[in-house]
Ligand binder design. Structure first.
Ligand code: VGL
Ligand code: ZN
Length: 212
């Protein structure tokens, strides 16, 4: 059993990409992705601060397989910044697929951070785009607000949650992942690789029952 968490005013819940396209019926459905919603709704009230991220791509984004003739979803392509997995079109700006899941109830969220809006660069992490250099501004926002510890939840565990957690550690935040409030895609062992990476970085994975 995990011990109950003692919260500080400098803790923040970072909810990653709980959007229709990542839920069953969506264009890039994460298996059981909608199951994170109830977990997140239940724990969000325990946090003094909540931030949501929203994957937010222009039509024709370079991470879409449809932008690369002859390629199919889950193929890879060499982009300016390196190898990129190609995805089905998803989370296109202004579409219902980009909307948050309608049952997500986090009215106290203080910021919605949109990412992936540059046509030529994907952005898994809430902190840096996939060139690993272009900041989203979130680190500055959190530092100015005196946030020290981040609890992560959302979709997908092995992409946007993983990259966000790894960057947050490198940026000096304490990071915990609420694992039962995440679901993953699992592309070629990416779930196991995520667990290895997070444990190597000292990121604690816990379950929501120690919070709610
Ligand atoms: C994500 C793939 C492409 C995610 C976003 O939210 O994990 N994955 N865009
Ligand atoms: Zn995306």
């Amino acid at each position: 059993m995990n011990d109950k968490i003692t919260f500080a005013g400098t803790d923040l819940l970072l909810v990653i990409d709980v959007q229709n396209d990542f839920c069953p019926g969506g264009n890039l459905a994460v298996p059981h992705g909608d199951e994170v919603v109830a977990h997140i709704n239940r724990i969000a009230g325990r946090f003094a601060h909540v931030v949501l991220t929203q994957d937010w791509h222009p039509a024709g984004h370079q991470s879409f397989a449809s932008s690369h003739p002859g390629k199919r979803p889950f193929d890879t392509a060499e982009l300016d910044y390196g190898i990129q997995i190609l995805w089905p079109d998803h989370c296109v700006q202004g579409t219902s697929g980009a909307d948050f899941h309608s049952a997500l109830q986090v009215p106290r969220a203080e910021l919605v951070l949109r990412k992936g809006f540059r046509a030529a660069i994907d952005s898994y992490s809430a902190f840096y785009e996939n060139d690993r250099k272009t900041p989203t501004g979130l680190a500055g926002y959190l530092r100015e607000r005196g946030i020290g510890r981040l609890f992560l939840a959302g979709l997908a565990f092995d992409f946007c949650v993983r990259f966000s957690a790894e960057d947050a550690v490198r940026l000096g935040f304490a990071v915990l992942v609420i694992e039962d409030a995440c679901r993953g895609i699992d592309v070629e062992g990416s779930m196991a690789a995520t667990r290895r990476s997070l444990s190597g970085l000292g990121v604690q994975c816990l379950t929501g029952d120690v919070i709610a």
